[in-house]
Design a protein around this ligand. Structure first.
Ligand code: AHG
Ligand code: MN
Ligand code: MN
Length: 361
């Protein structure tokens, strides 16, 4: 398609809104603000090590997760906040990099949506110049927040992922992309660097139901639960094992980039619940990692799960709650869920696994 014929993100959103003549356009405006924040973050990320020369803040503080914030974690968070707080569409925000919900300052009007985000996912990959991204989720604020204009509380954000109005991610890789769902399928835009505009390049992203590629950090194998060990062992056994086919494996360590690969060519991603740290049953965060990616996956015909239940049905208990996350090609995720139903006790490992286990303690 000639470049000039490709709709921009703005055109796409206007066309979507025409399907709902009564819509106010606030959601579109909010998504555009997020898309501009992502453009600004893409520029910051592109400076790499040179970004430090500008004398900007350096990071090094510890965030609510107990993780050391990189300079670009902090910068990206500030970009999201400053580009989204002023517009009057938001009642509040939650971010990986802020302990408490962010209140819209008094000088700005308050709106009916909540924005939840991971400003920079995969930031351990910054030093090695590997793809990172931003993840966002948009929820409706509870009615009484909208009618009273009161400050938001943690409880206002504890909504299951099925209630998301929109979600998506930006990817800062060889190209900058924005992938979005407003509950009507999944679309992908590529940032045209010469125009500074997102152009529609992937009008209907669908994930293949079957796959032969999996992603998991195998250095955690000794902490996995039996259903996960069983699944991985069977993949590794390849053509001569119970699956009767060979599998490929990838691990980028930027979940957002793994999600994108799966959208492009199928596969399954697992950062499952494990026993490494009893206080944290998983590594990834429910509200701003698992839920938005889960919504994108479900809208693309894939599946997102804890292993035990659909991710989007989980009732959140805390803003920064961690959870086991499995997503990707539907038949693979359903198989892993079946393995969880068939046997989850560490005391009663599945016989097949005991015989064939390649990752036994
Ligand atoms: P973040 O940079 O936002 O803290 O998230 C990083 C996450 C996720 O993107 C990735 O899949 C995972 O951490 C990698 O974890 P390991 O280092 O344990 O592989
Ligand atoms: Mn992250
Ligand atoms: Mn992050």
């Amino acid at each position: 398609m000639p470049l000039s014929k490709r709709p921009t993100l703005t055109q796409y959103l206007i066309e979507q809104r025409r399907r709902f003549p009564s819509a106010s356009g606030e959601l579109n405006a909010l998504i555009l603000d997020v898309s501009i924040a992502c453009k600004a973050i893409a520029r910051q990320v592109a400076y790499g090590k040179l970004g430090e020369d500008a004398g900007m803040r350096r990071g090094g503080e510890v965030n609510v997760q107990g993780e050391v914030q990189k300079r670009l974690d902090v910068v990206s968070n500030e970009i999201f906040v400053s580009l989204a707080e002023w517009s009057g569409h938001l009642a509040g925000m939650v971010s990986e990099e802020m302990i408490d919900p962010y209140q819209i300052p008094g000088e700005y009007p308050r709106g009916k949506y909540l924005l939840v985000f991971d400003p920079l996912d995969g930031s351990s990959n910054l030093d090695v110049d590997v793809t990172v991204g931003s993840i966002f989720s948009i929820l409706r604020a509870p009615d009484d927040v909208v009618s009273s204009g009161r400050d938001v509380t943690e409880a206002d954000f504890l909504q299951p992922g099925a209630r998301q109005v929109a979600a998506g991610y930006a990817l800062y890789g060889p190209a900058t992309m924005l992938v979005l769902t407003v509950g009507n399928g999944v679309v992908g835009f590529t940032l045209d660097p010469s125009l500074g505009e997102y152009k529609l390049t992937h009008p209907d992203l669908r994930v293949a139901e079957d796959a032969q590629e999996f992603a998991i950090n195998t250095s955690n194998a000794r902490f996995w639960e039996p259903p996960v060990k069983r699944y991985v062992d069977e993949c590794l056994a390849g053509r001569t094992g119970p699956r009767g086919k060979d599998f490929n494996m990838r691990w980028i360590a930027s979940m957002v980039a793994e999600a994108h690969r799966i959208l492009m060519r199928g596969g399954v991603f697992m950062y499952p619940r494990d026993t490494r740290n009893p206080g944290n049953p998983g590594r990834l965060r429910l509200l701003y990692e698992a839920n938005p990616i889960g919504f994108v996956m479900e809208q693309a015909g894939a599946r997102a799960s804890t292993g035990r239940q659909a991710m989007l049905d989980v009732m959140p208990e805390a803003l920064h709650q961690r959870i086991g996350l499995i997503f990707g090609s539907k038949n693979e995720v359903e198989r892993i869920e079946r393995y969880h139903r068939e046997g989850t006790s560490r005391d009663a490992p599945i016989p097949l696994f005991v015989e064939r286990g390649l990752f036994r303690d």
